[in-house]
Design a protein around this ligand. Structure first.
Ligand code: NAI
Length: 403
């Protein structure tokens, strides 16, 4: 079959295996050609390992100098065939896992992938077993990089908590992009209810990260000097109404608090916990945030023109090399946060971004911002728009369907 992109607003409903392979190869090459990560960890668990920052962290730590072995947890859909013979391609993350594992094993590294719900006890138990089997019982670094819309309660009721992306106190109006139709849209976001805010914190705050670390500590699965890391975003003031001061920002504040309590808890192991504040990049999760995409257009253009633009892999390579395992130890700000958004937040970049955003509207967003770059990055996340892939070639998808 030929695989066409099926885009639904900002969500991709199909994925191209060969494009996902190209994405993995490109990131591996980037890591191999970068200044190496020295003194990096050897046994790493990544929760949310199949795309975005989690995948890039896995690639950077395996191929960017640390030569780490990894266990990756993610929740991805395998290709499948219905009873009527229709084939569903599966999700890009599923292919990312497949091609990452192939490349890592080829390089002589252990790479174990567990496809399961990070919020389930059962998944935690599988991971503890895998650490026992493949890591001689201990892990040196745990990266928590889950971006999820729902968290099942697992209390027997089948109920879930749902995260939402809304302002907290006032309604907000802003602009957003429909990547399917290349359209600029005016959006109105009503303020979240108290319950919506609580549920977003349940899904995207620090509680599940804490559960993971508690499980690993109780199972005696953490090494001496163990570290754990989760990702956050702050952004400039103009994005605060929708992000930092909104439901997601409240969840991130909760995550920061968790990093501090975990840090105290890990002192017994000479260990540390950090929240790393990353740069805004195009990922499956970020294009979903209403109001953020116009900012991404201006930011991508400004940082590319200045030569400081990074995608996930650039951020992760620099994080581990310079800011977590660098010669001077972990680099944190006054709030104990690792700032990977330092280049994004530079006054020069922010002045330029502000300037363009003030002028940006439906008539000019494709010229004023880096629309082409953002759209291409979005398509490439799902295996499309890779120049090296022949999209007219037939692919036997049945070969990918797990037996
Ligand atoms: P992503 O959508 O590319 O990756 C999310 C990962 O979570 C995937 O591996 C997915 O399989 C996994 N996942 C989702 N639900 C799961 C579940 N129930 N069980 C197991 N795995 C599950 O997202 P992205 O953007 O890499 O986000 C990762 C973290 O980075 C999030 O905390 C996000 O807030 C943060 N971040 C993202 C920024 C951005 O611009 N994309 C900027 C700064 C922070």
């Amino acid at each position: 079959m030929r695989i066409e992109p099926i885009i639904d607003g900002v969500i991709a409903r199909s994925a191209h295996p060969l494009g996902c392979q190209a994405a993995i190869e490109q990131q591996i090459k980037f890591a191999q050609q970068s200044d190496p990560i020295k003194n990096g960890p050897k046994r790493v668990l990544i929760i949310g390992a199949s795309s975005g920052f989690g995948l890039a962290a896995r690639i950077a730590l395996t191929f960017g100098g640390a030569n780490a072995d990894t266990i990756g947890v993610s929740f991805e859909r395998a290709p499948s065939q219905s009873e009527t013979g229709d084939i569903h391609t599966g999700s890009a993350g599923w292919f990312n896992n497949l091609y990452f594992e192939q490349a890592a094993k080829h390089a002589g590294r252990t790479a174990i992938t567990i496809n399961g719900d990070a919020f389930a006890n059962e998944t935690r138990e599988h991971v503890v077993e895998a650490i026992e089997t493949y890591f001689e019982g201990e892990v040196d670094l745990v990266i928590y990089s889950v971006a999820a819309g729902i968290r099942p309660k697992y209390d027997g009721s089948g109920a879930v908590w749902r995260s939402c992306i809304k302002p907290v106190s006032d309604n907000v109006t802003g602009s957003s992009l429909d990547l399917e139709h290349d359209r600029w849209m005016e959006v109105q976001l009503p303020a979240a209810t108290p319950q919506e805010l609580d549920e977003t914190i349940k899904v995207m705050g620090g509680e599940d990260w804490q559960h993971w670390i508690d499980t690993l500590v109780n199972a005696e699965s953490v090494s001496s000097g163990f570290k754990t890391l989760a990702f956050s975003y702050i952004g400039p003031e103009l994005t605060h109404p929708i992000y930092l001061d909104g439901t997601l920002g409240c969840a991130k504040v909760d995550l920061h608090q968790t990093s501090h309590s975990l840090n105290l808890e890990l002192a017994n192991f000479d260990g540390n916990a950090y929240a790393a504040v990353c740069k805004a990049v195009v990922t499956k999760a970020s294009v979903f945030i209403p109001g953020l995409t116009p900012y991404l257009l201006a930011l991508y253009r400004a940082m590319k023109e200045k030569g400081t633009h990074e995608e996930c892999i650039g951020q992760m390579q620099r994080l581990f090399r310079d800011k977590l395992y660098g010669a001077n130890g972990a680099q944190v700000d006054g709030e104990r946060l690792i700032r990977m958004d330092d280049w994004e937040m530079s006054p020069e970049i922010q002045r330029q971004v502000n300037d363009w955003l003030e002028q940006m509207d439906a008539s000019n967003f494709t010229q004023l911002g880096d629309y082409q770059g953002v759209k291409q990055a979005f398509m490439q996340l799902n295996g499309f728009a890779w120049p090296e892939v022949n999209y007219t070639a037939e692919i036997d998808m049945t070969a990918f369907i797990p037996k």
